[in-house]
Design a protein around this ligand. Structure first.
Ligand code: 4NP
Length: 176
């Protein structure tokens, strides 16, 4: 079963994060604009890691440059507020080659983000690059749908997806 095997390998990779370059797991969440999905993923991970009492370096970025320096989309901010967390101080930034050394793991929201990131990755990159939902049992290979052009309830769906990712990350990090 390829899917099970790929998840198993991924879990081992995450356990390895505790042993290598950084003194705490360093995880970067990536999407296109860095104003909807990846800030929500960063927020969900901050909440989940804090609740578990695990120190982690968490950040987010976009492959595009349109929203550099911008706060998250107001609908993403509202969704975060509904879930009890404030993301108004986050600011958009673009993925850089340096991120491939600064982070252990770069988690892309969708297949396009993954492809763009692969194109930017230096040959000696030390970060692992995966889809966010590769971490969630039964969701491997799936993309987190971009809510930017859709209705407001798309953001609740995004929150559900990124919360599942955050829970899986905490579970795998603490079992390493
Ligand atoms: P995100 O959503 O990648 O989840 O932040 C988008 C935000 C902005 C744009 C596209 C997607 N845009 O084209 O400006």
């Amino acid at each position: 079963m390829a899917q099970v095997e790929s998840r198993f390998n991924f879990v081992e990779e995450i356990a390895d994060m505790n042993n290598d370059r950084h003194d705490r797991p360093a995880i970067l969440f990536l999407c296109l604009g860095n104003i909807c999905r990846s800030p929500l993923a960063e927020a969900a991970a901050r909440v989940a890691f804090a609740k578990a009492g695990i120190a982690a370096t968490l950040d987010s970025a976009g492959t595009g440059d349109w929203h550099i320096g911008h706060p998250p989309d107001s609908r993403a901010q509202a969704e975060a507020r509904r879930r009890g967390t404030d993301i108004s101080d986050l600011r958009g930034r673009q993925l850089t080659a340096d991120d491939f050394y600064r982070f252990d793991l770069i988690l892309a929201a969708d297949a396009n983000n993954l492809r763009e990131a692969r194109a930017l990755a230096p040959p000696d990159a030390t970060a692992r690059l995966r889809l966010m939902l590769d971490l969630v049992p039964g969701r491997q290979g799936e993309s987190v749908t971009d809510p930017y052009y859709g209705a407001d309830d798309g953001f609740a769906e995004t929150w559900a997806d990124v919360s599942a990712v955050a829970a899986a990350l905490v579970a795998e990090t603490s079992s390493g």
